[in-house]
Design a protein around this ligand. Structure first.
Ligand code: NAD
Length: 311
Protein backbone atom coordinates (compact mmCIF):
# COMPACT_ATOMS: atom_id res chain seq x y z
CA UNK A 1 0.00 0.00 0.00
CA UNK A 2 1.18 3.53 -0.82
CA UNK A 3 1.18 6.37 1.70
CA UNK A 4 -1.35 8.32 -0.40
CA UNK A 5 -3.89 5.48 -0.06
CA UNK A 6 -3.94 5.61 3.75
CA UNK A 7 -7.03 7.26 5.25
CA UNK A 8 -8.22 4.96 8.04
CA UNK A 9 -6.00 4.16 11.00
CA UNK A 10 -6.90 1.50 13.55
CA UNK A 11 -5.11 1.42 16.91
CA UNK A 12 -5.58 -1.94 18.66
CA UNK A 13 -5.22 -1.32 22.40
CA UNK A 14 -6.33 1.93 23.98
CA UNK A 15 -3.96 2.01 26.95
CA UNK A 16 -1.22 4.51 27.66
CA UNK A 17 0.61 4.06 24.34
CA UNK A 18 -2.49 3.49 22.18
CA UNK A 19 -4.05 6.80 23.25
CA UNK A 20 -0.89 8.76 22.55
CA UNK A 21 -0.37 7.04 19.19
CA UNK A 22 -3.97 7.90 18.21
CA UNK A 23 -3.27 11.53 19.11
CA UNK A 24 -0.08 11.52 16.98
CA UNK A 25 -1.91 10.29 13.86
CA UNK A 26 -4.67 12.87 14.34
CA UNK A 27 -2.17 15.60 13.41
CA UNK A 28 -2.95 14.80 9.74
CA UNK A 29 -6.47 16.18 9.15
CA UNK A 30 -7.10 13.68 6.34
CA UNK A 31 -6.81 10.70 8.70
CA UNK A 32 -9.70 9.05 10.54
CA UNK A 33 -8.58 7.14 13.62
CA UNK A 34 -10.36 4.41 15.57
CA UNK A 35 -9.12 2.86 18.79
CA UNK A 36 -10.18 -0.73 19.45
CA UNK A 37 -9.96 -2.30 22.91
CA UNK A 38 -11.53 -5.28 24.67
CA UNK A 39 -12.28 -3.05 27.67
CA UNK A 40 -14.24 0.22 27.68
CA UNK A 41 -11.92 3.21 27.54
CA UNK A 42 -12.60 6.94 27.41
CA UNK A 43 -9.88 7.56 24.86
CA UNK A 44 -10.73 11.21 24.29
CA UNK A 45 -10.63 12.01 28.02
CA UNK A 46 -7.30 10.19 28.32
CA UNK A 47 -5.80 12.16 25.44
CA UNK A 48 -7.11 15.44 26.90
CA UNK A 49 -5.36 14.57 30.16
CA UNK A 50 -2.10 13.66 28.42
CA UNK A 51 -2.18 16.92 26.45
CA UNK A 52 -2.72 19.17 29.50
CA UNK A 53 0.89 20.37 29.54
CA UNK A 54 0.89 21.02 25.76
CA UNK A 55 -2.20 23.24 26.21
CA UNK A 56 -0.74 24.97 29.26
CA UNK A 57 2.46 25.84 27.39
CA UNK A 58 0.60 27.03 24.31
CA UNK A 59 2.06 24.31 22.06
CA UNK A 60 -1.49 23.15 21.27
CA UNK A 61 -4.68 25.25 21.05
CA UNK A 62 -7.81 23.75 22.59
CA UNK A 63 -9.78 24.21 19.31
CA UNK A 64 -7.11 22.18 17.48
CA UNK A 65 -7.20 19.50 20.15
CA UNK A 66 -11.01 19.23 19.92
CA UNK A 67 -10.88 19.01 16.11
CA UNK A 68 -8.29 16.23 16.38
CA UNK A 69 -10.34 14.39 19.00
CA UNK A 70 -13.42 14.58 16.75
CA UNK A 71 -11.56 12.29 14.30
CA UNK A 72 -10.66 9.73 17.00
CA UNK A 73 -13.39 7.14 17.65
CA UNK A 74 -13.51 4.15 19.97
CA UNK A 75 -14.91 0.67 19.38
CA UNK A 76 -15.02 -2.66 21.20
CA UNK A 77 -16.48 -4.34 18.11
CA UNK A 78 -13.95 -6.24 16.00
CA UNK A 79 -16.58 -6.64 13.29
CA UNK A 80 -17.15 -2.91 12.94
CA UNK A 81 -16.56 -1.07 9.66
CA UNK A 82 -13.60 0.74 11.24
CA UNK A 83 -11.77 -2.60 11.48
CA UNK A 84 -12.77 -3.81 8.01
CA UNK A 85 -11.83 -0.52 6.34
CA UNK A 86 -8.52 0.01 8.17
CA UNK A 87 -5.63 0.88 5.86
CA UNK A 88 -3.02 0.78 8.62
CA UNK A 89 -3.23 -0.91 12.02
CA UNK A 90 -0.97 -0.17 14.97
CA UNK A 91 -1.19 -2.79 17.68
CA UNK A 92 -0.53 -1.58 21.25
CA UNK A 93 -2.10 -4.32 23.38
CA UNK A 94 -0.42 -5.93 26.41
CA UNK A 95 3.21 -7.01 25.96
CA UNK A 96 2.30 -10.69 25.65
CA UNK A 97 3.23 -12.84 22.65
CA UNK A 98 0.02 -14.91 22.80
CA UNK A 99 -2.26 -11.86 23.01
CA UNK A 100 -0.42 -10.08 20.21
CA UNK A 101 -0.51 -13.13 17.89
CA UNK A 102 -4.19 -13.69 18.65
CA UNK A 103 -5.01 -10.01 18.02
CA UNK A 104 -3.30 -10.07 14.61
CA UNK A 105 -4.92 -13.40 13.70
CA UNK A 106 -8.34 -11.88 14.36
CA UNK A 107 -7.45 -8.72 12.46
CA UNK A 108 -6.18 -10.72 9.48
CA UNK A 109 -9.56 -12.44 9.22
CA UNK A 110 -11.27 -9.06 8.99
CA UNK A 111 -8.88 -6.62 7.30
CA UNK A 112 -7.96 -6.47 3.62
CA UNK A 113 -4.79 -8.41 2.63
CA UNK A 114 -3.02 -5.13 1.76
CA UNK A 115 -3.78 -3.44 5.12
CA UNK A 116 -0.48 -2.64 6.82
CA UNK A 117 -0.02 -4.26 10.24
CA UNK A 118 2.34 -2.62 12.77
CA UNK A 119 3.25 -3.76 16.27
CA UNK A 120 4.33 -1.35 18.97
CA UNK A 121 6.08 -4.07 20.97
CA UNK A 122 8.87 -2.75 23.18
CA UNK A 123 11.07 -5.83 23.04
CA UNK A 124 9.41 -8.72 21.21
CA UNK A 125 10.47 -9.90 17.78
CA UNK A 126 8.20 -8.75 14.90
CA UNK A 127 9.30 -11.94 13.10
CA UNK A 128 7.94 -14.08 15.94
CA UNK A 129 4.76 -12.05 16.42
CA UNK A 130 3.89 -12.33 12.72
CA UNK A 131 4.97 -15.99 12.46
CA UNK A 132 1.53 -17.45 11.75
CA UNK A 133 0.12 -14.70 9.53
CA UNK A 134 -0.72 -15.27 5.89
CA UNK A 135 0.50 -11.93 4.52
CA UNK A 136 3.72 -11.45 6.44
CA UNK A 137 5.21 -8.94 4.00
CA UNK A 138 2.81 -6.21 5.17
CA UNK A 139 3.80 -6.63 8.84
CA UNK A 140 6.38 -4.37 10.50
CA UNK A 141 7.44 -3.19 13.96
CA UNK A 142 6.82 0.44 14.92
CA UNK A 143 8.42 1.08 18.30
CA UNK A 144 7.11 4.38 19.69
CA UNK A 145 8.78 5.73 22.81
CA UNK A 146 7.04 6.88 25.97
CA UNK A 147 5.64 9.55 26.27
CA UNK A 148 4.43 8.72 22.77
CA UNK A 149 2.95 12.14 22.07
CA UNK A 150 6.29 13.84 22.79
CA UNK A 151 9.28 11.61 21.98
CA UNK A 152 9.87 11.91 18.21
CA UNK A 153 11.67 8.60 17.56
CA UNK A 154 9.81 5.62 16.13
CA UNK A 155 11.92 2.58 15.25
CA UNK A 156 10.54 0.88 12.15
CA UNK A 157 11.68 -2.71 12.54
CA UNK A 158 11.72 -5.12 9.60
CA UNK A 159 10.90 -8.75 10.30
CA UNK A 160 12.44 -11.50 8.18
CA UNK A 161 9.53 -11.03 5.76
CA UNK A 162 8.65 -7.29 5.78
CA UNK A 163 8.60 -5.88 2.25
CA UNK A 164 10.59 -2.74 1.42
CA UNK A 165 7.35 -1.09 0.27
CA UNK A 166 5.69 -1.68 3.67
CA UNK A 167 8.66 -0.25 5.56
CA UNK A 168 8.84 2.76 3.21
CA UNK A 169 5.12 3.55 3.47
CA UNK A 170 5.25 3.35 7.27
CA UNK A 171 8.37 5.55 7.42
CA UNK A 172 6.61 8.07 5.18
CA UNK A 173 3.38 8.33 7.16
CA UNK A 174 5.26 8.55 10.47
CA UNK A 175 7.31 11.46 9.13
CA UNK A 176 4.08 13.11 7.89
CA UNK A 177 2.58 13.03 11.38
CA UNK A 178 5.68 14.65 12.87
CA UNK A 179 7.66 11.65 14.06
CA UNK A 180 11.32 10.86 13.41
CA UNK A 181 11.22 7.33 11.99
CA UNK A 182 14.43 5.32 11.74
CA UNK A 183 14.79 1.99 9.95
CA UNK A 184 16.03 -0.99 11.93
CA UNK A 185 17.09 -3.36 9.15
CA UNK A 186 17.41 -6.46 11.33
CA UNK A 187 14.98 -7.88 13.86
CA UNK A 188 17.30 -7.95 16.89
CA UNK A 189 16.46 -7.67 20.63
CA UNK A 190 16.38 -4.01 21.69
CA UNK A 191 16.22 -2.84 18.06
CA UNK A 192 18.59 0.19 17.87
CA UNK A 193 18.05 2.64 20.72
CA UNK A 194 17.31 0.25 23.59
CA UNK A 195 20.50 -1.70 22.86
CA UNK A 196 22.45 1.49 23.53
CA UNK A 197 20.28 2.65 26.41
CA UNK A 198 20.66 -0.64 28.28
CA UNK A 199 24.38 -0.88 27.60
CA UNK A 200 24.57 2.45 29.45
CA UNK A 201 22.28 1.28 32.29
CA UNK A 202 24.38 -1.89 32.74
CA UNK A 203 27.52 0.20 33.19
CA UNK A 204 25.74 2.76 35.43
CA UNK A 205 24.45 0.03 37.77
CA UNK A 206 27.88 -1.62 37.79
CA UNK A 207 29.53 1.66 38.87
CA UNK A 208 27.12 1.85 41.84
CA UNK A 209 27.48 -1.84 42.65
CA UNK A 210 31.29 -1.58 42.70
CA UNK A 211 31.27 1.45 45.02
CA UNK A 212 32.82 3.76 42.42
CA UNK A 213 30.03 6.34 42.87
CA UNK A 214 26.49 6.44 44.29
CA UNK A 215 23.36 6.48 42.14
CA UNK A 216 22.80 10.24 42.37
CA UNK A 217 26.42 10.92 41.38
CA UNK A 218 26.14 8.60 38.37
CA UNK A 219 23.13 10.58 37.12
CA UNK A 220 24.89 13.91 37.78
CA UNK A 221 27.93 12.74 35.82
CA UNK A 222 25.74 11.90 32.81
CA UNK A 223 23.56 15.03 32.95
CA UNK A 224 26.52 17.42 33.16
CA UNK A 225 28.75 15.80 30.53
CA UNK A 226 27.95 13.70 27.49
CA UNK A 227 24.21 13.68 28.32
CA UNK A 228 24.18 17.41 27.66
CA UNK A 229 25.62 17.11 24.18
CA UNK A 230 23.92 13.86 23.09
CA UNK A 231 20.85 15.54 21.49
CA UNK A 232 23.28 17.43 19.23
CA UNK A 233 26.18 15.00 18.88
CA UNK A 234 25.52 11.28 18.59
CA UNK A 235 28.24 8.71 19.34
CA UNK A 236 29.11 7.99 15.71
CA UNK A 237 29.60 11.66 14.76
CA UNK A 238 31.47 12.11 18.05
CA UNK A 239 33.85 9.26 17.15
CA UNK A 240 34.61 10.96 13.84
CA UNK A 241 34.98 14.34 15.56
CA UNK A 242 37.68 13.11 17.95
CA UNK A 243 39.09 10.75 15.29
CA UNK A 244 38.79 7.03 14.79
CA UNK A 245 42.48 6.72 15.82
CA UNK A 246 41.83 8.27 19.24
CA UNK A 247 38.60 6.28 19.60
CA UNK A 248 40.57 3.12 18.83
CA UNK A 249 43.24 3.90 21.43
CA UNK A 250 40.63 4.67 24.11
CA UNK A 251 38.71 1.47 23.37
CA UNK A 252 41.92 -0.53 23.36
CA UNK A 253 42.65 0.71 26.90
CA UNK A 254 39.17 0.79 28.46
CA UNK A 255 36.91 -1.89 26.96
CA UNK A 256 38.43 -4.70 29.01
CA UNK A 257 37.50 -2.79 32.20
CA UNK A 258 33.84 -2.21 31.35
CA UNK A 259 30.91 -4.26 32.61
CA UNK A 260 30.11 -7.08 30.19
CA UNK A 261 27.78 -9.30 32.21
CA UNK A 262 25.03 -11.13 30.29
CA UNK A 263 22.79 -11.27 33.38
CA UNK A 264 20.89 -8.52 35.21
CA UNK A 265 23.12 -7.22 38.03
CA UNK A 266 22.94 -8.91 41.48
CA UNK A 267 22.28 -5.46 43.01
CA UNK A 268 19.28 -4.98 40.72
CA UNK A 269 18.02 -8.48 41.58
CA UNK A 270 18.40 -7.74 45.32
CA UNK A 271 16.42 -4.48 45.09
CA UNK A 272 13.68 -6.31 43.18
CA UNK A 273 13.56 -9.13 45.77
CA UNK A 274 13.40 -6.65 48.66
CA UNK A 275 10.46 -4.86 47.01
CA UNK A 276 12.53 -1.73 46.48
CA UNK A 277 10.92 -1.04 43.11
CA UNK A 278 11.70 2.66 42.72
CA UNK A 279 9.02 5.37 42.42
CA UNK A 280 6.18 2.89 43.01
CA UNK A 281 7.42 1.84 46.47
CA UNK A 282 9.37 4.94 47.49
CA UNK A 283 12.79 3.34 47.18
CA UNK A 284 14.95 1.83 44.43
CA UNK A 285 18.57 2.83 43.90
CA UNK A 286 17.54 6.01 45.76
CA UNK A 287 14.70 7.02 48.13
CA UNK A 288 11.72 8.91 46.66
CA UNK A 289 8.77 10.61 48.33
CA UNK A 290 5.46 10.60 46.39
CA UNK A 291 5.99 14.32 45.69
CA UNK A 292 9.53 13.77 44.37
CA UNK A 293 8.34 10.95 42.09
CA UNK A 294 5.49 13.09 40.68
CA UNK A 295 7.83 16.06 40.25
CA UNK A 296 10.31 13.91 38.31
CA UNK A 297 7.68 12.81 35.75
CA UNK A 298 6.34 16.38 35.36
CA UNK A 299 9.85 17.79 35.00
CA UNK A 300 10.60 15.29 32.21
CA UNK A 301 7.55 16.40 30.19
CA UNK A 302 8.40 20.07 30.79
CA UNK A 303 11.95 19.50 29.64
CA UNK A 304 10.81 17.66 26.51
CA UNK A 305 8.34 20.42 25.60
CA UNK A 306 11.06 23.06 26.10
CA UNK A 307 13.54 21.09 23.96
CA UNK A 308 11.08 20.20 21.21
CA UNK A 309 8.93 23.34 21.01
CA UNK A 310 11.01 26.01 22.76
CA UNK A 311 8.15 26.67 25.25
N1 NAD B 1 4.64 1.88 28.34
C1 NAD B 1 5.74 2.15 27.64
O1 NAD B 1 6.63 2.89 28.07
C2 NAD B 1 5.89 1.57 26.25
C3 NAD B 1 6.79 2.14 25.36
C4 NAD B 1 6.90 1.60 24.07
C5 NAD B 1 6.12 0.51 23.72
N2 NAD B 1 5.26 -0.04 24.62
C6 NAD B 1 4.44 -1.20 24.20
O2 NAD B 1 3.16 -0.77 23.83
C7 NAD B 1 2.20 -1.81 24.11
C8 NAD B 1 1.11 -1.25 25.01
O3 NAD B 1 1.69 -0.76 26.19
P1 NAD B 1 0.91 0.24 27.18
O4 NAD B 1 1.94 0.78 28.10
O5 NAD B 1 0.05 1.15 26.41
O6 NAD B 1 -0.01 -0.82 27.97
P2 NAD B 1 -1.39 -0.57 28.69
O7 NAD B 1 -1.52 -1.67 29.69
O8 NAD B 1 -1.53 0.85 29.15
O9 NAD B 1 -2.47 -0.79 27.52
C9 NAD B 1 -2.73 -2.02 26.91
C10 NAD B 1 -4.15 -2.00 26.41
O10 NAD B 1 -4.38 -3.15 25.62
C11 NAD B 1 -5.69 -3.61 25.88
N3 NAD B 1 -5.80 -5.00 25.48
C12 NAD B 1 -5.34 -6.08 26.11
N4 NAD B 1 -5.61 -7.19 25.41
C13 NAD B 1 -6.27 -6.79 24.29
C14 NAD B 1 -6.80 -7.45 23.16
N5 NAD B 1 -6.73 -8.78 23.06
N6 NAD B 1 -7.39 -6.71 22.20
C15 NAD B 1 -7.45 -5.36 22.30
N7 NAD B 1 -6.95 -4.67 23.35
C16 NAD B 1 -6.37 -5.38 24.33
C17 NAD B 1 -5.90 -3.35 27.36
O11 NAD B 1 -7.28 -3.34 27.69
C18 NAD B 1 -5.21 -2.01 27.54
O12 NAD B 1 -6.11 -0.93 27.34
C19 NAD B 1 3.00 -2.95 24.74
O13 NAD B 1 3.37 -3.86 23.74
C20 NAD B 1 4.22 -2.23 25.30
O14 NAD B 1 5.33 -3.08 25.46
C21 NAD B 1 5.11 0.48 25.87
Amino acid sequence: MKRSEIRNILIAGGGMMGKNIAFVFSSDPSLQITVYDIRPADVRAGIRENCAQLLEKGVLESAELEERLSRIDFTMDLDSDAVKSADLVIEAVFEDMGIKRETFAKLEERCRPETIFCTNTSVMSPTEISRDLKYRERFVGTHFWNPGHLIPLVEVVKSDATSDETAETVMEILADVGKKPVLCKKDVPGFIANRMQHALWREAISIVENGIADAETVDTAVKYSFGLRLPQLGPMENADMVGTDLTYNIHDYILGALEDSHEPSPLLAKLKEEGKLGFKTGEGFQKWTKEEAAASAAALNEYLIRMLYGK
